[in-house]
Ligand binder design. Sequence first.
Ligand SMILES: [Zn+2]
Ligand SMILES: [Zn+2]
Length: 886
Amino acid sequence: MSMDDPEATEPSLEGGYDPDAVETRWQQRWVDEETYAYDGDPGQDPNTTYAIDTPPPTVSGSLHMGHLYGSTLQDFAARFQRMADGDVLFPFGYDDNGIASERLTETELDIRHQDYERREFQERCREVCAEYEAEFTDKMQALGTSIDWSHTYKTIEPRVQRISQLSFLDLYEKGREYRKKAPAIWCPECETAISQVETEDDERHAHFNDIAFEIASDGTDREEFVISTTRPELIPACVSVFVHPDDEENADLIGETARVPIFDHEVPIIEDERVDMEKGSGVVMCCTFGDQNDIEWYQAHDLPLRVAIDETATMTDLAGDYEGLSTEDAREAIVEDLDDDGFLRDRREIVHDVGVHERCDTSVEYRVSKQWYVEILDHKDEYLAAGQEMDWYPEKMFTRYRHWIEGLEWDWLISRQRDSGIPFPVWYCEDCDNAVMAEKDDLPVDPLSDEPPVDSCPECGHDAFEPEEDVFDTWATSSLTPLINAGWDWDADAEAFTMDNPELYPFDLRPQGHDIISFWLFHTIVKCYEHTGEVPFDATMINGHVLDENREKMSKSRGNVVEPDAVLSEYPVDAVRFWAASAAVGDDFPYQEKDLTAGEKLLRKLWNASKLVDTLAPREPDEPETLEAIDRWLLAELDDAVEDLTTHLEDYEFAKARDRLRTFFWNTFCDDYLEIAKTREDEPSTQYALRTAHRTFLELWAPFLPHVTEEIWQAVYAADAADLESIHTREWPTPKGYEADLEAGETAMEVISALRRYKSENQLPLNADLESVSVYGPIEGFEDAIQHVMHVQELSILDDEPEVTTEVASIDLDYSTLGPKFGSKVGEIDAGIDSGEYEIDDDAGVLRVAGEELEDDLFEVAVERSYSGEGEMIETESAVVILQDD
Ligand SMILES: [Zn+2]
Ligand SMILES: [Zn+2]
């Protein structure tokens, strides 16, 4: 900081806490000083380094609450581990290749990728992404997370392209990949094949149409049968009709031939057990392709391929008069014509689930095309076992992983017919279609502009090649993040894969949202397991989603989206972090202003308590020979809190840690102990306890409230402000082994608070003498403390509980049940209670009044305890105090 910069202020406890100035100043300084830089050494054991494989956000817009929440949780873990364990890698990446960034570029520049050469379009993508990334980085830094900004990557950068292509070659050599011409899931909007994980069910309105098919052969007396379909536009693609072998009603159709209405081509009627007899008439048509069943039938029965819908969901020439229409228009036109020609028997509206592309919500189609797949269906058991090997926080999220694997029906389709993305390092022989792979040394390559590594085809000797034009699925690259972060590469001399930082792998933690377990986590396990034979993570922390204040999902259409910018302009980052720690990891939880307000109050409390401690004790007091009971008790309680917090944070139980610390800091330290300390500020024992506790509180709060703790630490304890020794690189506190009877200390605190309250209610000064106080309760060892703090002249401990009489103060009746049950008798019951003519039978749990017996759910008794001896009685949770004062 320069002396002549008027804005630059040194950390200080002067005045009130000013989060706006303090937070910005520290965010900048941490980045400038590389406070969170990972300086591990490659020779280390993976167990000595704590490495986090953070989710690279997709570059498709701005920071949302999910980013804020997720990265804050990761930061809690990173900050705790950095203090507790030393070396932490907390990296950051951008996922800027693939459909998302391509669509962003198209919208942003109002262009279509089809109108550009691949190189040129990719250039546009990179320009658009770079702008978004710069803005995003600023926003991430404004969250004060302890990311190591020197460890960043972009999935489109050459180093990552090389890793991604190496991964492709390695899996190919291991026999885990194949290229096949087969039906694949297709998005007609994005005009590419997509994988199973990219589809989701969406509820749509549709019509069920009952359509008559004539029987063209003469093996049955019937002239027609009816099939029900929501997609009559597929009729031109009909290749057969199916009947279940157990379907007695339609058994006569099997082996016959049907004539397809309007289009008049004839198709066979075949039996197959996959037919759902309960649906419609039990007779179904098979078209190429309407759904997964069609594909299975097509393959199982070797049916012909009739393509009526093209890659943009437009009807082909096979659809005759309907050629050129969209599927929706063709559907309506065909239904109309079916009706005119007398084939339409019924039409009714339904709501059903339709498979859509999760990125664009377009209904998917199935198209035969040549695509690259990673074989995964044969290793389902291995991937399940790999998932089981990891620790899951929370444990219940493993079920989602298991369900995804159990429901897998497709190998992983990794080729995309798009422009922005990492190219396949492959050429094909023009003559025999033999695939020629790039040399590992040459990667990254783009076959559209680079030459294949051979002059002639190794299979047939032909010398012309076709480049593969497709690019990788974006998940094919983002699933390599642990290897990207660890610097995975191919060493040509050693002919082996190496890592620049082997000490990072396997990673300690994979944090991510529950919505991408099937996308990111699953595919990362597949890739890393196949490449390294190891499970890439020791543990995974799955965070929930942020909901609105009414626990509704945030969505643009509902208009209930809370923007991080708006929140951060109103509240300190530390207060937002306090809220982020309020829910158990994995649970969806609401955005609540009251938690932010509570966070703000806590910051003020921490600030003001620090100022008070500064007035009560020297900053570096000597350790006294003996600690007095009350001070030793505080430090023993502190040991206990340190132990609990360490366990909670090791288990990613941030909410438990936060609440434990807040209660101890606010109630025990601020409300009780600090009040006591005010009366004992000259005691070396108290001065020492105050400072020890204060330093430890700052350290314990540091992972949650990094800005305010740094400011106070630097203002009070830092040796030299110019040479930053951040609180965030200090050692995490450990219990010091103070021993005290915690229960007795807590009871003594209750007694002191009760006496303080007594004084204030009776308008006595805090240092007023109290003549005689007797206590029934465990306070052994703290008698002197109570006497000293509350100026009690005579303190005695009672062996027996003071005699207390218990009287019924009131009886509340539940009239909503009483009325209907006792009707006009209610008046008498009331009168009986008012006049005291009733009996409460505790054993039976009933109230007898006015000749009736009321069950215990009909009444509630409030009792009053009163003391009839000398003096005044005050009851606390674990003690009874009798005050005698003249
Ligand atoms: Zn799409
Ligand atoms: Zn060839």
